[in-house]
Design a protein around this ligand. Structure first.
Ligand code: TXA
Ligand code: MG
Length: 329
C-alpha cells in the first residue's frame, strides 16, 4: 500500500495541490476529476508514469490511453496533424467530452498508444482538470480511474474505494457532471467513425459536419479499431439484466427470494434498491454510481430499464450492453 495524498479543496490546500503537480511531472500518478468520469493521470511523456497507470489498473498493454491537453493550440505537441473537420469538431465541442483519434507524434511513447500510430486526444472542461493541465504544462495521459473491467468512478467515494493506496494523490472534485466517458471518434476520408459513444451525441456531431458526411458507429462495423472495445467493461459484481418496462414484473417474479435492484427511467417507483432517473442526463450521471451502490448493498441482480438509443441514450445503452454481457459492440 502506498500513502496516497488526499486533496479536498485545491484552493485551500495549495501546498498539497502543487505537490500533486510535482508527482505528475516526475512520473507519479494522480487521480483527478473530469466532467465525464475521474481520470488516473500521468505525464504522457514519462514512460515510468505510463507504466504505473497500466499496472494500477491491471490494463492490457494493447489498450491505448487518452491524452489530455489544455487547448487546441497544444495539439501539435502530441499529434502530427489535424484535418480541417477534426479541428472544426474540436472548436465546437472542446473543452468538453469529445476525444479525437489523430496521427501520433513520435515524442508520445508507444506505451501510451498500445503500439498504435494514432493517439486519442481530449481537451477536458472540468476546472480542476484544466488547472492541472495548465500548471503541469504537459499532456496528461488519463484513462478512467477504475480497475480494468469495472465501472468508472464518478464520485469521490468511488475513487477512494478503487484507488486509495495505489496512486500518489487523489483530488476530490465531487460528483462528475456527465457521468459517462467522452465520445471517441476517428476521421477516415469523408467518414467519421464513432468508436465509443459518450458525452457528445451523434446528433450533435451531425449538425456540425456537412450533410453528406457519413457517420458510422463501430458497433455497426465488426472491428477492433478502438482496442478498448474488445474487452469486457463497466461490470459491477451484480449481474445486470436489461429490461423493457413491461417485463419488470415478470423478471422480478422469476427472481423472487434473490436480492434485486432496479434502475427505473421516468416512473418514480418506490422500494428498496430502486433508483429512479428522471431524464437521460440523470441516468447517464447516475449509472456508475448506481452500480457502485448496488454492489455495496450486495445486490445480486440489477434490472436496468432500456432507453431509446438517441442522444446520450446511445452511450447509456452502450454501457448497459457491456455491463450485462449483451455485447452489441
Ligand atoms: O471521458 C473520458 O474519456 C475519460 C476521462 C478520464 O477523460 N477517459 C477514458 O479513458 O474513458 P479510457 O482509457 O477508460 O478509455 C479510452 C478509450 C478506450 O476505449 C481506448 O481503446 C480508446 O479510447 N482509444 C485510446 N486511444 C486510441 C487510439 N489511438 N485509437 C483508437 N481508440 C483509442
Ligand atoms: Mg475506461
Amino acid at each position: 500500500m502506498k500513502k496516497t495524498l488526499l486533496i479536498h479543496n485545491i484552493e485551500e490546500e495549495k501546498e498539497k495541490f502543487y505537490r500533486a503537480i510535482e508527482y505528475l511531472k516526475k512520473g507519479g500518478t494522480v487521480v483527478f476529476p473530469t466532467e465525464t468520469v475521474y481520470g488516473l493521470g500521468a505525464n504522457a511523456f514519462n514512460e515510468e508514469g505510463i507504466r504505473k497507470i497500466f499496472e494500477v489498473k491491471g490494463r492490457p498493454p494493447d489498450n491505448p490511453l487518452i491524452v489530455h491537453i489544455y487547448s487546441i493550440e497544444e495539439i501539435n505537441l502530441v499529434a502530427e496533424e489535424i484535418s480541417p473537420y477534426a479541428r472544426i469538431l474540436f472548436e465546437k465541442f472542446s473543452p468538453g467530452p469529445l476525444t479525437i483519434v489523430l496521427p501520433k507524434r513520435d515524442n508520445i511513447p508507444s506505451l501510451v498508444t498500445g503500439g498504435l500510430k494514432t493517439v486519442a486526444v481530449r481537451i477536458p472542461s472540468h476546472p480542476i482538470a484544466r488547472k492541472i493541465l495548465k500548471e503541469c504544462n504537459l499532456p496528461i495521459a488519463a484513462p478512467s480511474a477504475n480497475i480494468s473491467g469495472r465501472p468508472s468512478p464518478t464520485t469521490f467515494e468511488m475513487v477512494i474505494s478503487e484507488m486509495e493506496g495505489k496512486v500518489d494523490a487523489i483530488i476530490n472534485g465531487g460528483d462528475c457532471e456527465i457521468g459517462l466517458e467522452s465520445t471517441v471518434v476517428k476521421f477516415e476520408g469523408d467518414e467519421l467513425k464513432i468508436l465509443r459513444p459518450g458525452g457528445i451525441s451523434e446528433e450533435q456531431i451531425k449538425k456540425i459536419l456537412p450533410e453528406n458526411f457519413r457517420i458510422i458507429f463501430s458497433s455497426n462495423i465488426k472491428n477492433i479499431e478502438s482496442p478498448g472495445t474488445k474487452y469486457t467493461h463497466y461490470k459491477p459484481n451484480a449481474k445486470v439484466i436489461l429490461c423493457e418496462r413491461d417485463n419488470f414484473g415478470k423478471i422480478l417474479l422469476e427472481l423472487e427470494g434473490r436480492k434485486v435492484g432496479c434502475l427505473i427511467y421516468k416512473a418514480n417507483l418506490c422500494g428498496e434498491n430502486v433508483i429512479n432517473f428522471n431524464s437521460l442526463e440523470d441516468y447517464a450521471k447516475g449509472l456508475y454510481r448506481a452500480f457502485y451502490e448496488m454492489d455495496r448493498e450486495k445486490v445480486e441482480f440489477i434490472l436496468a430499464e432500456r432507453v431509446e438509443e438517441k442522444g446520450i441514450g446511445r452511450a447509456i445503452m452502450n454501457r448497459l450492453y457491456k455491463a450485462s454481457g449483451e455485447i452489441k459492440n
